[in-house]
Design a protein around this ligand. Structure first.
Ligand SMILES: [Ca+2]
Length: 85
């Protein structure tokens, strides 16, 4: 059954990956999120996305930044790749 990610799902994924519980993701945590979402990126691509997502350049991805990068790439709101079954 295909379920499309809602904001709550994204928050859930974000919270699970946020091992430090500080409401932001470092590069390692961000990589875990991508893995959980079934997005297979190379390390270089992941780093590139991370740097793009980090809008305020503090070295971490906040939930807002996380949402923004997912939306900009078209994953939030129901267009995750369907191949991850
Ligand atoms: Ca940031």
């Amino acid at each position: 059954m295909t379920t499309r990610p809602t904001g709550d799902d994204l928050l859930s994924v974000f919270t699970r990956a946020d091992l430090g519980g500080d409401q932001k993701l470092d590069l390692m945590e961000f990589t875990m999120v991508l893995d959980e979402l079934g997005l297979a990126w190379s390390r270089a691509e992941t780093q590139d996305r991370f740097e793009k997502a980090d809008a305020n350049l503090d070295g971490f991805i906040s939930y807002e930044e996380f949402r923004a990068i997912l939306e900009s790439e078209g994953w939030a709101g129901g267009s995750l790749p369907g191949t991850h079954a």
